[in-house]
Design a protein around this ligand. Structure first.
Ligand code: TRP
Length: 363
């Protein structure tokens, strides 16, 4: 239904990621910039530490990040914006941009706008209604807050509930975008439903919300997987016309699936480890994961690299033990399952502690 970006049989759109994604090629194709040493040094200086996702190039590309950092150096404030389509439980892949966003909130003291696109999911999937998405909004919000975001500096925008916060801006955005641009950027066609054609204006609106509220430009930085980029290209194109600053982005790579797919994805549940998976299920999923002969490309190693093992020494030890055959796949899998279960257990404990306070945030 939607136009897809195809390179070496790979597909990358906001709704579908498959094949082998060439991340360097995306930088060229999308016209973004790789993070360079200067950008990395500045972020390290600002935070006092070199976040492992930056060190390892998990976050690797950007648009106008340098302008955001300049603005910060001049004493200016900027907002952070990211989001989630609440159609099911959160898996490990979702946490990658969120953990990094939390690091940015800690470093820059920025307000985070977090959007739940229940409207998008409802429009996209046959069997979803507001009762179901509301359940996932609540659950997913707990998962987000369990990562330690500052509740006083985090605002949830649940599109169906809070449409009126966004609608006036979304209309201004929609007025500047033609149907043919929508087709070109997202691949919509005459069969696409009308709601989906309008929806990108709702995803664009939070980029401008803090400027609208302040009555002066408040720049916005979006940490997200690079698959969301089409929205931001579109939004940046019309920002100036509406008198708002262009939203800046910092793009992450996507955690591969257990089976070696390009992205852990709920549309292929066998690729994913959910925050709700019980320990025995995690063990099974990892044990049965098909690892490739070519050990250097093992998706299971990426779980350490992207998420679980912050120490560079440890992560290199794990890589080396594998590629030099010092450790069998089975041993490696057993240890990974233990690490994942430890991670999930700590997460669930923090989630419990948050309990009801998240309800007030979602009102
Ligand atoms: N469309 C995104 C999804 O389906 C959710 C989303 C909304 C988002 N606003 C965002 C993601 C901003 C990243 C940044 O997951």
């Amino acid at each position: 239904m939607y136009r897809v970006i195809v390179a070496n049989k790979a597909v990358l759109t906001p709704w579908e990621v498959s094949g082998k994604i060439d991340y360097d090629n995306l930088v060229e194709k999308f016209g973004t910039k790789p993070l360079n040493h200067g950008d990395l040094d500045r972020m390290r200086d600002h935070s006092g530490r070199f976040h492992f996702m930056l060190r390892r190039g998990v976050f690797y590309s950007h648009r106008d990040l340098d302008k955001i950092l300049d603005h910060h150096d001049r004493g200016g404030k900027f907002s952070l914006y990211t989001g989630r389509g609440p159609s099911g439980p959160v898996h490990l892949g979702h946490l990658i941009p969120w953990i990094f966003t939390k690091h940015l909130q800690d470093t820059y003291g920025s307000k985070l706008l977090f959007q739940f696109t229940d409207d998008e999911k409802m429009l996209l999937k046959e069997d979803l209604d507001e009762t179901i998405t509301s359940h996932w909004v609540h659950e997913n919000a707990l998962d987000l807050m369990a990562l330690g975001f500052d509740p006083d500096n985090t605002e949830f925008i649940v599109n169906m509930r809070h449409a009126s916060k966004l609608f006036p801006i979304a209309l201004k955005v929609a007025k500047k975008i033609t149907g043919s641009t929508m087709r070109a950027v997202f691949g919509f066609n005459d069969q696409s439903n009308l709601g989906m054609m309008f929806f990108p204006s709702m995803q664009a609106a939070p980029c401008f919300l803090e400027s609208e509220r302040a009555g002066e430009p408040v720049p916005c930085l979006i940490p997200a997987g690079i698959d969301q980029d089409p929205y931001w290209r579109l939004t940046r194109d019309i920002a100036r016309k509406l008198g708002y600053p262009k939203p800046a982005q910092i793009h992450g790579r996507m955690l591969p699936g257990l089976t070696g797919t390009a992205k852990m994805s709920s549309s292929q549940p066998e690729t994913a480890i959910y925050m709700t998976d019980v320990p025995e299920l995690v063990e099974k999923k990892i044990e049965y994961a098909n690892v490739p002969e070519d050990r250097a490309n093992c998706p299971l190693f990426q779980f350490h690299y992207f998420l679980l093992t912050e120490s560079d020494e440890e992560v290199e030890w794990i890589r080396d033990a594998c590629t030099s055959n010092r450790r069998s796949c089975l041993e490696c899998k057993i240890e990974l399952a233990e690490d994942v279960n430890r991670f999930l257990k700590a997460h669930r404990r923090r989630k419990k502690l948050i309990g009801k306070s998240v309800e007030t945030m979602l009102e």
